[in-house]
Design a protein around this ligand. Structure first.
Ligand SMILES: Cc1cc2nc3c(=O)[nH]c(=O)nc-3n(C[C@H](O)[C@H](O)[C@H](O)COP(=O)(O)OP(=O)(O)OC[C@H]3O[C@@H](n4cnc5c(N)ncnc54)[C@H](O)[C@@H]3O)c2cc1C
Length: 270
C-alpha cells in the first residue's frame, strides 16, 4: 500500500495523491512518419488540421493534399473542403481490395457506416479524387511546402518512385495512425506488449486489469478503437475496481457481459 501514490503537477504545484485503485487512461498521440520535407511549414498531422478548422479561426491553406491511411483522411478532406480549401487529392496507402474485404464489419455499426458513405458521396459530388494504394514520397519547397510527390505503394508500403507524381500544394495533411501514450504505464513497470497499430501497450485482461494489482488501463492507451470503445473499456475498468473493493454491484456479471458484447462489436467495426 505504501507505494501507491501518484505524483501530480497542477498549476505549478506538485502534490501526491494516494490511491487504492488506479485507472490509467492516458490516450494516444498521432504518429509522425519522417520523409524528406516532413518538417516544412504546411506539412501537418490531421489532428492539427482539425483543430485549426474546428477553432473556426484558421484555414490551414488553399491547395491541400491528404495522405496516410484510415477514415480520418476522408473526414478531414470533407472538413477542409467545407472550409473553402481546394482538395487536390486523397492518397490512401491501403489498396482498395484490402478495404473492400472489411466491408462486412461495417454492418456492426450501420449509422457510422452510413456517415462514412455520405462522406464518400460528398467527395464524389465535389470531384475530389481518392487514390488507393498511394502515399507520400516527399514534400518540396522552402520555407513553405509548395509541391508534394506521391507514388503507388507496394503491399508493404514501399513507394514505386518510377511512377511518382508531383502536385502543387501548400498544405500536406498526413495521417498514418496513432501511437499509444503508454509512457506512464511503462514507468509504473506494467507488463507491456507490442501492438502493430499502437506500438507499446500495457497487457490487460478482459476486466482491463493490468499486471500490477489494483491498476487498470482503458482507452486508446490500451487499444486504439475510438471514443465509444474507450468509454466502454473505462466502464469495465470501473466495475472491476468497485468489485475489487467489495462494493457489490447488482447483476455485475450480466452488466459485464453486455459491455463486453458492445465492445467486441465496436472492435470489429474499427
Ligand atoms: C485527430 C483525432 C480525431 C479523432 N476522431 C475520432 C472520431 O471521429 N470518432 C471517434 O470515435 N474517435 C475519434 N478519435 C479518437 C478518440 O478521440 C479517442 O478514441 C478517445 O478520445 C479516447 O479516449 P481516451 O480517454 O482513451 O483518451 P483521450 O481522450 O486522449 O484522453 C487522455 C487524457 O489523458 C491525459 N494524459 C496523458 N498522459 C498523462 C499523464 N502522464 N498525466 C496526466 N494526464 C495525462 C491527456 O492529456 C488526455 O486528457 C480521434 C482522435 C484524434 C486524435
Amino acid at each position: 500500500m505504501a507505494d501507491q501514490h501518484l505524483l501530480t503537477a497542477h498549476q505549478e504545484t506538485l502534490s501526491t495523491i494516494d490511491y487504492e485503485q488506479l485507472i490509467l487512461a492516458t490516450g494516444c498521440q498521432e504518429r509522425s512518419i519522417p520523409f524528406p520535407g516532413w518538417d516544412m511549414p504546411g506539412v501537418m498531422l490531421l489532428g492539427g488540421i482539425q483543430l485549426q478548422i474546428k477553432s473556426g479561426l484558421v484555414r490551414p491553406g488553399n491547395r491541400c493534399v491528404i495522405t496516410g491511411t484510415g477514415p480520418l483522411l476522408v473526414l478531414v478532406a470533407c472538413q477542409l473542403h467545407k472550409a473553402g480549401c481546394d482538395i487536390t487529392g486523397i492518397y490512401e496507402a491501403a489498396p482498395f481490395k484490402d478495404l473492400a474485404r472489411e466491408t462486412l464489419a461495417l454492418l456492426n455499426r450501420p449509422q457510422l457506416a452510413l456517415d462514412g458513405l455520405s462522406m464518400m458521396m460528398y467527395l464524389k459530388r465535389h470531384h475530389i479524387p481518392m487514390h488507393y494504394g498511394w502515399g507520400v514520397v516527399k514534400a518540396i519547397g522552402g520555407p513553405q511546402v509548395e509541391q508534394v510527390t506521391v507514388a503507388p505503394y507496394s503491399k508493404d508500403w514501399h513507394p514505386d518512385v518510377s511512377r511518382a507524381e508531383t502536385i502543387n500544394a501548400d498544405v500536406l495533411g498526413i495521417g498514418y495512425g496513432f501511437a499509444a501514450r503508454s509512457q506512464l504505464a511503462q514507468l509504473m513497470g506494467l507488463e507491456m506488449q507490442y501492438d502493430h497499430m499502437s506500438g507499446a501497450i500495457p497487457v490487460v485482461d478482459e476486466w482491463q486489469r493490468a499486471s500490477i494489482d489494483n491498476v487498470y488501463c482503458a482507452g486508446d492507451t490500451v487499444k486504439f478503437a475510438g471514443a465509444e470503445a474507450a468509454m466502454l473499456e473505462g466502464k469495465i475498468a470501473a466495475y472491476a475496481a468497485l468489485n475489487a473493493r467489495n462494493i457489490l454491484m447488482p447483476n455485475l456479471e450480466n452488466e459485464f457481459k453486455a459491455l463486453r458484447h458492445q465492445l467486441d462489436k465496436s472492435y470489429r467495426f474499427r
